[in-house]
Design a binder for this molecule. Structure first.
Ligand SMILES: [Zn+2]
Length: 247
């Protein structure tokens, strides 16, 4: 690894033996696990750097073939205590980290994915978790993964019109004739969706008022759930708590 280190988000970890931890990180290289020797006994060694949802600068020791990365140093860049103080923020941040860890292509550079997860954590550090924030994150993630969506006219016949239907698995909107099991996608939901996808930042308002964003998010949830369940081999562990909290 480069001597100046790289940025990583702490997304989990487990104790290992009496003294050590294995920490789960998300970096621009995707998800990775790293061995943190002495992390349990010597808090000073990593100084709060292995706490959940923290952005850290890390360096790794020289890696032997077939072994986990070993943390050599880790320094806090941003600790995000605001997330850790609120259960619904913890739930959404954990869900996002688990989802992105599962769907990110393995071993591929993913600066965009690292950026969007960082933005979500930053927002949750300073503001409550809301359904539009969750849905906006899932929409941006879908697009960053390369599943471009066509949201203007029916993908099959080119028909426009007010009443359209959305299926993320089939790549966008369809008319009533070609909807199959696509879900109703009204003009207000379409406006919010297009705003979220066009924004260079993670933007759960997307120029609409809060009630509008809430309704759009509610409309889109089933279509997103259908899309992501097609990518995952089993439901995410963190989703139950999210649903319990109304997110
Ligand atoms: Zn059609």
């Amino acid at each position: 690894m480069s001597p100046e280190g790289q940025r990583a988000l702490v997304i989990g970890g487990v104790d290992h033996g009496e003294n050590n931890r294995v920490v789960y990180l998300f970096t621009e290289r995707g998800r990775l696990s790293a061995f943190a020797p002495g992390a349990k006994v010597s808090r000073r060694r990593f100084l709060g750097a292995l706490e959940l949802f923290t952005t850290i600068q890390v360096t790794f020791a020289t890696r032997r073939r077939g072994e986990l990365e070993t943390l050599e140093s880790a320094q806090v860049e941003r600790s995000r205590l605001g997330i850790r103080a609120d259960l619904s923020r913890i739930a959404l941040a954990s869900f996002a980290a688990e989802l992105i860890g599962k769907v990110a292509p393995e071993g591929e550079a993913s600066a965009g994915l690292f950026q969007i997860l960082t933005e979500l954590f930053d927002q949750l550090d300073g503001a409550p978790a809301t359904p539009p924030l969750r849905v906006a994150f899932e929409l941006r993630l879908l697009s960053l993964l390369g599943y471009e969506q066509s949201l203007d006219v029916c993908l099959q016949c080119g028909a426009g019109g007010v009443e359209q239907f959305l299926d993320f698995r089939r790549g966008g909107v369809f008319c009533g004739l070609h909807k199959e099991d696509a879900r109703s996608f009204g003009p207000k939901t379409a406006t919010w969706t297009a705003g979220v996808l066009a924004s260079p930042i993670l933007d759960a308002a997307a120029g609409c008022d809060q009630e509008w964003a809430e309704k759009a998010a509610q409309k889109l949830r089933p279509a997103l759930t259908a899309f992501y369940s097609g990518l995952l081999d089993r439901p995410l562990k963190s989703e139950g708590l999210l649903l319990e909290l109304g997110l």
